[in-house]
Design a protein around this ligand. Structure first.
Ligand code: DX5
Ligand code: ZN
Length: 219
């Protein structure tokens, strides 16, 4: 069943020179989760942050860290992100040879496990793992950068996954990531998403606008 909408601002759009302050500001502005985009310059064409930064941010909020790993191979970094304070660890099926094993490892570390699908990756990829996971992350842009436009074909994928989740009857979160703004948030929610990642749309206008920005996305 679709759950109440939660907002997970992506700190990729924050001011990296004051990340601790930025995380505290979005927490106070009503963010439900904190979305951390980890990129390796190999799986995606950009480099961002590693476990040391996640660890440094951990004391700045009690909100869940929603860690999106865009790194390959991913397995040998799972323990480090778990130890650094991740609450949800999301991986891409293309980021390692044994997705099922990767999911088992995340769960063995006591974390919630997510699987993320790129725009060209079919929902079918979830057929034999959906019952094992806590979250599905549908990429509505090609991963690597903030500020891109929402790819509307992904709405059909969200609808299809919503049906699969409901059929299973397990409270699996259905998250959408990329190009989520005041217009596309409604389309994503109507298609069945219940967690919205938003970088540009959250951080636009500076800290005094964060609460208003998050409120707009929540609808
Ligand atoms: C893209 C990242 C997203 C991105 C979202 O690779 O996974 O989380 O930062 O940024 P906006 O909301 O600006 O599209
Ligand atoms: Zn992301």
């Amino acid at each position: 069943m679709q759950q109440p909408v939660r907002i997970s601002p992506s700190i990729l759009s924050a001011d990296f020179a004051k990340l601790g302050e930025e995380v505290r500001a979005i927490d106070e502005a009503g963010a439900d989760w904190i979305h951390v985009d980890v990129m390796d310059g190999h799986f995606v064409p950009n480099l961002t942050i590693g476990p040391a930064v996640v660890k440094a941010l951990r004391p700045h909020t009690a909100k869940p860290f929603d860690v999106h790993l865009m790194i390959s191979p991913v397995d040998h970094f799972l323990d480090a992100f778990a130890e650094a304070g991740a609450d949800i660890i999301t991986v891409h099926p293309e980021a390692g040879p044994h997705l099922h094993r990767t999911i088992q490892r995340i769960k063995a570390l006591g974390k919630r496990a997510g699987v993320s699908l790129n725009p060209a990756t079919p929902a079918k990829m979830l057929d034999y793992v959906l019952e094992e996971i806590d979250l599905v992350l549908v990429m509505s842009v090609n991963p690597g950068f903030g500020g891109q436009s929402f790819i509307s074909s992904q709405l059909r994928k969200i609808e299809a996954i919503r049906k699969q989740i409901d059929k299973l009857g397990k409270p699996i979160d259905l998250e959408v990531d990329g190009g989520v703004d005041a217009n596309t948030c409604r389309q994503a929610i109507d298609a069945g998403a219940d967690v919205l990642v938003a970088g540009t749309a959250t951080f636009r206008g500076g800290p005094e606008r964060y609460a208003e920005n998050i409120g707009i996305l929540r609808g």
